[in-house]
Design a protein around this ligand. Structure first.
Ligand SMILES: [Fe+2]
Length: 82
């Protein structure tokens, strides 16, 4: 019989990978923004596509966790400093 919920340790490991996916998204997007700002349009497009891929990866992990009744508690979020 399939358990209704994943082991907490496993959830935390996957959530850490989720944070990695978001970090990669932000990193690629920042590079894309820089490239666009200096006129490297093709490089900007490349890194924008890479950042989009990272969001796809993040969504897959969130869906996996949600399907296992783990409502993601994303710990990587930090309020922007003003
Ligand atoms: Fe990824």
């Amino acid at each position: 019989m399939k358990p209704s919920k994943l082991n907490e340790k496993i959830c935390k490991l996957i959530e850490a990978r989720l944070a990695d996916e978001y970090k990669a998204f932000y990193t690629y997007q920042a590079i894309a923004n820089y490239c666009k700002g200096v006129g490297y349009e093709k490089a900007s497009d490349f890194f924008t596509n890479e950042s989009n891929d990272e969001l796809v990866h993040a969504r897959k992990l969130m869906t996996f966790l949600t399907d296992w009744n783990d409502i993601t508690r994303y710990a990587g979020y930090r309020k922007a400093e003003t």
